[in-house]
Design a protein around this ligand. Structure first.
Ligand code: GLU
Length: 472
């Protein structure tokens, strides 16, 4: 028998920004689809019209695009499918699996309070289950008739076998009095209509799944497989939240993270492959599957995201891509606008990628090399720009002036030649030069600094350095 084609979905509610938990769910589903050659469906669950906003929908699209999670079908908007849900709800009323309930919100609240006071289960007491007559002046809701006894079993692909007693399941509302459908109902109708084969989502939906299983059964539909990912925890092992600095996915973009680094960090939060930590995307697609997803809650390590995943992916990224990302970062954060074809971008990437953990750090490292004015670090000047430095820099100026081309190998050869002539280590020549060129003793490799500054500007600064050292 052939297996049906894998079809998974990401179904966010557009009620806020896209946080790390949502992003991980999207990534797992996308990887699962790509690994199995299946389809990845995007569905926007905007049935709660008061809490859903257009802006939040746009943020979801933007975050998905930034992360590189392309969808094969959709986006489907549940707000455009209300007729379908109403029709399906009526089917359940007709078959007796659901019923109209005329209890008013005030009555329900009063009974709930009373049940709580009497230490009884405050769930709906089922009094409209057998009712056939409408009640004047009350718009009914449609409720699902849950079984009162027995238990519901879920064979979860991550959590294993999970069982819940049916008495804990409420006769949930499928359609509200204003005719709008509820989450637990639309999700079943859509996962069925969209032929979803696996529902992969956060463990916070586990209790909903038991309810949803009964709705599938009432329709006579085969439910999909379910897999519930355990929570993401902050470093203090409580549920990850803003308190831990867990922000919107797009904020990581703005802070200089590469999408593949965030994807890597989030995938590793619950999934592993031996001791391997850094995975390029194609390797994740090749390796990712559910059997290596842990059911233990996993800690999200912000330090590691920066120091390890982002730093490593910066090393792996292509020079062209980093040059473009550096250009964007400089323009956005520093108002430094460079032409995409500016050759300095590639040089800056070469000089800075090994030492930068984020694009923002790279831009900060690049800024002194792009600045019009030298900002002097006086301590560095005192240490490196005095006495014999004047003579040495003068000799360097002469060697550089004589160069036919001013590229990295040529300037480096000039520095090496001078160091050899004087019996010095390269650093002894490079440090004074660096201070003269940039005002500081910390910078990318000296040949990168010279090549980025260019012949004219570099020579002018070195000459000024000679004057300063001679006068100091
Ligand atoms: N819309 C739900 C949420 O954002 C997810 C529903 C689901 O995956 O079944 O939490």
């Amino acid at each position: 028998m052939t297996q049906p084609k894998v079809r998974v979905r990401f179904a966010p509610s557009p009620t806020g920004y896209m946080h790390l938990g949502n992003a991980r769910t999207a990534i797992y589903n996308w990887l699962y689809a790509r690994h199995h050659g299946g389809a990845f469906v995007l569905r926007i669950e905007d049935t709660d019209r008061e809490r859903s906003t257009q802006a939040a929908v746009q943020v979801i699209y933007e975050a998905m695009r930034w992360l590189g999670l392309d969808w094969d079908e959709g986006p489907f908007l549940q707000s455009e499918r209300f007729d379908l849900y109403r029709r399906r709800a009526e089917e359940l009323v007709a078959s007796g699996a659901a019923y109209r309930c005329y209890c008013t919100p005030e009555e329900l609240e009063q009974r709930r309070q009373q049940a709580l006071a009497e230490k009884r289960n405050p769930k709906y007491d089922g009094r409209c289950r057998e009712r056939r007559e409408p009640r004047a002046g009350v718009d009914p809701v449609i409720r699902f008739r849950m079984p009162d006894t027995g238990e519901t079993v879920l064979e979860d692909r991550i959590q294993g076998r999970v069982v819940t007693p049916n008495e804990e399941l409420d006769d949930l509302v499928l359609l509200r009095a204003d005719g709008t459908p509820t989450y637990n109902f639309t999700v079943v109708v859509d996962d069925h209509e969209m032929d979803i084969t696996l529902v992969l989502r956060g463990a916070d939906h586990l209790s909903n799944t038991f309810r949803q299983l009964h709705i599938y059964r009432a329709f006579g539909w085969e439910p999909p497989a379910f897999a519930h990912q355990s929570l993401i925890l902050g470093p203090d092992r409580t549920k990850l939240s803003k308190r831990h600095g867990a922000v919107s996915v797009l904020q990581y973009r703005d802070e200089g993270y590469l999408p593949e680094a965030l994807v890597n960090a989030l995938v590793r939060c619950g999934w592993s492959h031996g001791d391997e930590e850094v995975f390029p995307l194609p390797r994740l697609i090749e390796l990712f599957d559910l059997d290596a997803v842990s059911n233990a809650p996993a800690v999200f390590d912000f330090e590691k995201l920066r120091n390890k995943y982002n730093a490593e992916h910066i090393k792996l990224a292509s020079r062209e891509r980093l040059a473009e990302l550096l250009r964007e970062t400089l323009a956005r954060r520093d108002g430094v606008v460079l032409d995409p074809a500016d050759p300095r971008l590639g040089l800056l990437v070469d000089g800075l990628r090994e030492r930068s953990r984020t694009l923002v750090e790279m831009a900060e490292g690049a800024r002194p090399l792009l600045a019009e004015e030298v900002v002097w670090d006086e301590a560095a000047v005192r240490k490196h720009l005095q006495g014999e430095a004047a003579d040495m820099l003068q000799a360097l100026v002469q060697r550089l002036e004589a160069l036919p081309s001013f590229d990295r190998p040529a300037v480096l050869a000039a520095l090496d030649g001078l160091a050899a002539e004087r019996g010095l280590k390269l650093g002894k020549v490079a440090q004074p030069a660096r201070v003269a060129l940039l005002g500081t003793a910390v910078s990318p490799p000296i040949d990168v600094v010279l090549a980025v500054l260019g012949r004219e500007r570099a020579l002018a600064r070195l000459r000024a350095g000679v004057a300063r050292a001679a006068g100091g």
